[in-house]
Design a protein around this ligand. Structure first.
Ligand code: UD1
Length: 417
């Protein structure tokens, strides 16, 4: 099992390019199932979660080849509608294949994704929406068998919560359905707009992605296109956190500022100063951060749940008390017990975490329990006195491409063991 060893208290400096967004790449690769011809996906990060999607595509009979950060995908040869349990379990987000395979093949058989490290993660909203589009779904022994005996037909779907995955599943199922689908209370995350851009460039007619109401006019079929995945706003937020916790000044390249509004605002509350130029964002952190008072995670454009753990790590050394309210997932404070081993003062209760800032953290051997928690522990290790070893690197590699190399290029002393 790999670990990261970090010698803390090094200042970071310099510029680094932010990788492509995992949460865009995954639904875009699933969307390729609906297309004819060969799509070229640029800026596709090399991550274990993305590799799992490529394996699913190959299993289904598609061609999926990576060369650096470019992926060529052609689904003309698709000849299956089932996804085995072992592949489904590799990444929870494989559930977006449900809508895509159902629309492409008229049937999708895959295992129920079940819970994961950060919570139960039910898929009831996905299933209810697909049923509205005409899917007949049987759930048996942990498997879902979905058919569209009369084809998928557009419908009006009001979501009880703006679920990112459900909005994507509906877009995928609806873009070649007959008639018009309207999604009310749709998720507005930038990754939804990126998926819509890919599908629209392939010939879909999706309007309003990025807003609360999305309208999808079904088309006969989709072609292919070249598409560049948007930059990863959560990786950007994590790097900002690494700069903030070490009192550093760094520049992020290739970011979209508007995607980082709530993140920048939280770090400004902590005393960081930002300046931007075209697609660069420079963050300059004070000697000591100030407490941020209250941070609430919310659906976009609110503060992202995925950036909660890295921000919380930074708040452990801020001057004063910060209260976190995690409104999206029920089990997202696993990193706090490990941060406490490093000297942080944190109390959690349900969706609340109260962080009393300490003057410094101390190196320790800690274990990550999920993807963003792993990033938080690395950020903490960068600021800690002495050496920190972070176990559970496999979680980190689900979402951060060569993270130790990125940090080393900024001057950190970090090695993968
Ligand atoms: C996506 C992101 C994940 C991010 C999350 C919230 C991907 C691959 N993953 O996950 O990184 O943390 O959005 O921004 O894009 N829910 C239900 N029933 C459902 C679906 C969701 O109750 O059918 C609940 C979930 O348990 C959770 C909340 O809704 O409490 C948000 O989930 P959702 O927006 O669907 O997140 P994901 O798409 O799974």
């Amino acid at each position: 099992m790999s670990k990261m060893r970090i010698a803390g208290r090094q200042r970071l400096s310099g510029a680094v390019k932010v990788q492509g967004a995992k949460n865009s790449a995954l639904p875009i690769l699933a969307a390729a199932v609906l297309t004819k011809g060969e799509s070229v996906i640029y800026n596709c990060p090399a991550l274990s979660d993305v590799e799992a999607s490529l394996q699913i595509l190959r299993w289904l009979g598609c061609r999926a080849e990576r060369s650096g950060n470019t992926v060529l995908v052609s689904c003309d040869g698709i000849d299956r509608f089932d996804i085995p349990d072992a592949l489904m379990r590799k990444t929870r987000s494989s559930i977006v294949f449900l809508g895509a395979v159902l629309a492409a093949r008229g049937r999708a058989k895959l295992s129920f994704p079940g819970g994961c490290e950060i919570g139960l993660r039910p898929i009831d909203i996905h299933l209810r929406a697909l049923k509205k589009l005409g899917a007949v779904i049987k759930e048996r022994h942990g498997f879902l068998d979905c058919r569209a005996p009369h084809g998928l037909v557009g419908a009006e779907i009001a979501l009880p919560f703006p679920s990112v995955g459900a909005t994507e599943d509906i877009m995928l199922a609806a873009c070649t359905a007959s008639g018009t689908t309207t999604v009310i209370n749709a998720a507005r995350e930038p990754e939804i707009s990126d998926l819509a851009d890919y599908l629209n460039n392939c010939g879909a007619k999706i309007y309003g992605a990025g807003e609360g109401v999305i309208v999808i006019d079904g088309v006969e079929s989709l072609g292919c296109c070249e598409h560049a995945v948007i930059p990863d706003r959560i990786v950007a937020a994590t790097l900002i956190s690494c700069a903030a916790i070490t009192g550093s000044e760094i520049t992020l390249q290739g970011v979209i500022h508007s995607h980082l509004g709530a993140v920048v605002s939280a770090f400004e509350d902590a005393g960081c100063v930002f300046s931007s130029h075209e697609n660069e964002l420079r963050v300059s952190a004070p000697q000591r951060l100030q407490a941020m008072k209250i941070v609430r995670t919310m659906p976009y454009p609110g503060f992202p749940t995925d950036a909660q753990a890295p921000l919380l790590a930074a708040s452990t050394v801020a001057d004063g008390t910060t209260v976190f309210i995690e409104n999206i997932f029920e089990n997202r404070y696993r990193h706090t017990a490990e941060l406490v081993r490093m000297g942080a003062e944190i109390k959690t209760e349900g969706k609340f975490a109260v962080v009393e800032g300490v003057s410094r953290l101390y190196g320790a051997s800690v274990e990550a329990g999920d993807l963003r928690g792993a990033a938080a522990l690395i950020a903490a290790g960068l600021s800690a006195e002495g050496t920190t070893e972070v176990g559970g690197v496999r979680y980190l590699e689900r979402g951060y491409e060569d993270f130790e190399l990125v940090l080393t290029s900024l001057g950190a002393d970090i090695k993968k063991l």
